[in-house]
Structure formats: C-alpha cells, structure tokens
Ligand binder design. Sequence first.
Ligand SMILES: *Cc1c(COP(=O)(O)O)cnc(C)c1O
Length: 344
Amino acid sequence: MAVLTIDLAAIAANWRMLSGLHPAGPVAAVIKADAYGLGAQAVATRLYREGCRHFFVAHLAEAVPLRPLLPDAMIAALNGLWPGDAAAYQRHAIAPVLGSLAEIEEWADRAPALLHVDTGMNRLGLSPAELDTLDPARLPQLLYVMTHLVSAETPQDPVNEQQRIRFADACARLPPAPRSLANSSGIFLGFGSDLARPGAALFGVNPTPGQPNPMRSVVRLMARILSVRTVQPGETVGYNGQWAATRPSRIATVSVGYADGYPRVLSNRAMACFDGQPVPLVGRVSMDLTTFDITDAPGAATGAWLELLGPNITVDAVAAWAGTNGYEILTQLGSRYRRVYVGA
Ligand SMILES: *Cc1c(COP(=O)(O)O)cnc(C)c1O
C-alpha cells in the first residue's frame, strides 16, 4: 500500500509567493494534465479560494468539468481550437488559445479569446510571417496575447531575451491587448506581463535548477514495507539478478512499481528515506513492487513507511535519477495510490 499526500495549502502558498514575485499583473494557474497529475478539481478549487481567477488547461475536455467549480474565472485551453469545437467552447464559456490563421477563421469573432504568437518554440502560435498576412479585423476581442518561453529555466540562455524582444515586436503589430509571457521559471527571470502562467512551480518543482528550491514541497509518497528479508553475500534481489548483496543485507519490499509511474529506469539508482536515513533502491523496479536496502536503517521493519517522494526525496531528485524532469515524474503519478488531500 502507498499513500500519496497532496498539500493543497502548500500549492496555495506557492501561488501566493509567485504572485508576490510578479507585480506586473495577476498570476494564473496552469492545471493541464490533471494539474500535473495532482488532481485538477481539488487544485482549482483551492486556488480559486485563494483568489486565483485565471486557469489554463491543454484541452477543451479538461476545461469543461472545471467550469462549474470556477464561476467568473477565465479558463483557457492552450492547445487551440479543433474544427467543429467552437460551439462547445462557447457553451461552456471556455476561451480557446488561437494558434493559427485557420483557428482564427474557425473562431470567427464568437467571443473573447487568446492569441498565441510564436517567438521561437516552433510548436504552436502565429509565426512572424503569419502575423504579416493577418487581417486584424478578423481577430476576436483578445483577452491576452501570449507566447511561451523555450529555456526559461536556463537564465544564461540568450534565447530568453530574444523571445522577450520578439514578443514585444509581435504585440506592437497587433491591436492593443493584455499580454501573457512567463511560465514558472520566467517569473524568476523577472519577465513581467499582464498575466503569468506558472504550472510546475505551484506543484513544488524547482523553477531555478541549480539553485535552492524556493517553492514549498507539495507531494509526499509514502510506501508501506510489505516484507523484510535478509539476504546473504552473493544472493541477488529482483528480476534478472541485477543487484547482489556484498554483505548480509536487509531488503524491504514496497508495493510501488512502474505501473504506478515509479520509473523502471530508477532500478539500482534511486533513494528512499526512512526516518531521515537515506536507503538505496536495489535491483529492478518491477510492475508493482520495488526493493530497498534498509541494512543501515535498523528501525525499518514490516509495516513501517518509506518516503519515496517528499521533503527529503524531492521530485527533482527522483527526476534526475530517472534522467527526466519533475514534470514527467508528477504527471506519471499512478492511479493506484491512496490519495489524501490536506490543506483544502
Ligand atoms: C505548460 C505551460 C505553461 C506552464 O509551464 P511551467 O513550466 O509548468 O510553469 C505555461 N504556458 C504554456 C503555453 C504551457 O504549455
């Protein structure tokens, strides 16, 4: 059994902290992918109570169930407008982020919308060439003109300043409208605008890699030890014998595996924590079970709990061991955990 605790008060505190760092305008909450795996409805409700009035998801289908929870808040769908969906957007009062000339035509001045301009990401948004051919009369009322930063978590990357300038140029060629620029890390670059759009930092991912994490820890994943056994030098643990004891070792088995989003690539690489004591993951992560060497944590026994994620074992640390980022660790968090929300 494993318990995933999500601290909604910490998310609210993180939102307040980011708001303080972004005096140029309000701070939205990006809650796509079920609020980065943490539960969009619970997160949205808590942040609305805190005063947040701007929310972003990726898809219309993610936005619709949030509408009744967020009266009078803007809910925008980042991935744009699919042909045929415009009426549904209007019915649910969801604002599309229009990202191409075709989407602008499809929306056809129905209601206020957002406009995405591309300043270097080359995924979505109007290119400078498309801006040239755009007839401003075809635009709906614009809630925000937005762009998205390529490398905001790398402050020394010159692309940040290039994008800031390209965005200002693009906005100067459009009808006057509020602007939205920074993601989590962009706020720490000091990139102010009329609306910041953080996601990851709200959920405790470090927006300033290489420096201490200014955000509060949000998730805690505790796994109960199902069994403990002692293995002798030369004996192996788990599939394919990928770890062998070199001393008499106490091995704890917990019921978390790659089917729970605990990556298999963590085999022989990650740490957990028992009572302040780091304990190494040994052997392969399997589908439903993972094994840790608790020899140096004599208090750990069957029924005790190991921290797999939390204040001691950060999302960013697990991501580094897995060769990915904290975003992926959070969005993969499994559906089999017992989820507990605190600080609602
Ligand atoms: C996901 C996303 C964000 C949030 O980014 P974080 O790095 O999680 O803060 C902001 N804007 C757009 C367009 C996004 O796709």
